[in-house]
Design a protein around this ligand. Structure first.
Ligand code: SF4
Ligand code: SF4
Length: 446
């Protein structure tokens, strides 16, 4: 199969990165790649979905990697995983002899080992230049569930209709489930045996990069986990911080200790982001180093500066995110960085242990196994969003009253744009439709 064949299949069957921003997977394919990395870092505390999926579908995922490798002239495949995921590592080792093009690389037990710039460095020693993408160093990175979706699309003509999600925190049963896309978060919480407390907030995603959600929000192609936490939990409180108050707090208490910069995951790989310089400009009202502000564009949003490094409990990441948005809005051109970055020679001593991070965030008591329950989840109704990932939304091709079957295309990708088809995740009747979503009532996934 050629790269162009794969691109068509990925777009037809709606494959986006199963987590994070959800970059449409076809746009990552490139004949120039010499290395394909399966990212099983799963570095945020409490997230378990990828190790569970890889453990349960090892053969399929390794076949998916091989399909990618063959399309790219037998590019080398690396499964990047932490040694502590013992049963998953063993499942991979059991299959390895049948896949000569695949090798295992162990990642350190750090956060953010799953940031693809960090994953590539740890797996290959290569550093993606600031503002560049992995292919600039010959790499393509896909996460575990994305490669499972690739395998199913290529070998079974199966579109993306379901999503693996871990339910954790204040729930009666910590578990990983495979649910129809469009299932409401309230249904997911019920499937986890309900919440153990009345007064809770939902974090959609990991504690470091996730966002506050509501029970009426629904599963999309990028939903990896729901973490149910008390409303007054420090992780929740931090995510609710208001930028206007954050700026005032920086003016009052940033002591310029540099801890945010010393531990910044991108700065440690030689990228020119220095959060303390940005905080200095904010607190003094003087921009003596305009370049430091522009360098906000190189922030990955990992949150180390904000949730781990800052001794004053300030919010550098939140401020930097605002600056990044303003730079994008104003189409500020980033200067080309010619020199290849080099890692900080003291990086090894500054890495953030995931174990320590979990304790520091007050999450250690929730750190339980989240085994994959393969029981078919039936949703009475689903609300399927037409924009579930980076890029342009799909355009609906069904109308109210139509009867649709699971896997049927209900919205088509925008032509000449980064976009993907969207499919129904259950069989049933379209009872509501608009430009943003369709609500389908039915109940079977067949
Ligand atoms: S969030 Fe903070 S620590 Fe992470 S890359 Fe951005 S500035 Fe660095
Ligand atoms: S770690 Fe906190 S106090 Fe120290 S320089 Fe950064 S923002 Fe200021």
């Amino acid at each position: 199969m050629t790269v162009d064949n794969l691109k068509n299949i990925f777009q037809e069957y709606g494959i986006a990165g199963a987590g994070g921003a959800g970059f449409p997977s076809y746009a990552k394919l490139n004949e120039k790649a010499d290395t394909i990395i399966l990212n099983c870092a799963e570095c945020e505390p409490l997230l378990k979905v990828h190790r569970e999926v890889l453990k349960n579908y090892t053969y399929e995922i390794m076949c998916g990697l091989t399909m990618l490798s063959e399309a790219m002239g037998n590019a080398k495949c690396i499964i990047a995983i932490k040694p502590s995921y013992k049963t998953t590592v063993q499942a991979v080792k059991d299959q390895l002899s049948a896949f000569p093009n695949i090798e295992i690389k162990y990642l350190p037990e750090i956060y953010p080992a799953g940031d693809e710039v960090v994953t590539i460095y740890e797996a290959t020693g290569r550093i993606v230049p600031p503002g560049s993408i992995p292919i600039s160093v010959g790499c393509i990175v896909y996460n575990v569930e994305t490669v499972l979706n690739i395998y199913r699309a290529v070998s079974e003509n199966a579109p993306v209709t379901h999503k693996y999600v871990t339910l954790t925190g204040e729930v009666n049963k910590t578990v990983t489930l495979c649910v129809p896309i469009g299932t409401s978060f309230s249904t997911l919480i019920k499937l986890a045996g309900g919440a153990t407390i009345d007064d809770y907030e939902i974090i959609n995603g990991g504690p470091m990069t996730g966002t506050i959600a509501t029970t009426s929000d629904v599963v999309t192609k990028t939903t990896n986990a729901l973490i149910i936490l008390p409303k007054n939990h420090p992780v929740v409180v931090s995510k609710q911080a208001k930028i206007s108050i954050g700026v005032k707090r920086i003016m009052a208490s940033c002591c310029q200790c540099r801890s945010c910069t010393e531990l910044c995951s991108r700065n440690l790989l030689g990228h020119p982001i220095e959060p303390h310089e940005i905080m200095r400009a904010m607190s003094s009202g003087k921009v003596s180093k305009p370049q430091a502000i522009i360098n906000a564009a190189y922030c990955s949003g990992c949150g180390i500066c904000e949730l781990y490094a800052c001794p004053q409990g300030l919010h550098p990441r939140t401020i930097i995110a605002e600056l990044k948005a303003a730079l994008r809005q104003n189409k500020v051109q980033l200067p080309k960085i010619e020199e290849a970055p080099t890692a900080n020679p003291k990086r090894d001593y500054k890495l953030v242990s995931k174990h320590r991070l979990t304790s520091r965030l007050g999450l250690a008591k929730y750190n339980k196994a989240a085994r994959l329950d393969k029981t078919d989840v039936v949703a009475d109704s689903v609300k399927i969003m037409f924009s579930q990932h980076l890029g342009a939304p799909a355009t609906p091709v069904v109308k109210k009253g139509d009867i649709v079957s699971c896997g049927q295309k209900i919205a088509v990708a925008e032509t000449d744009a980064l976009s993907l088809n969207i499919h129904s995740s259950i069989s049933g009747k379209v009872i509501q439709i608009c430009d943003q979503y369709a609500v389908i009532k039915g109940g079977t996934t067949k």
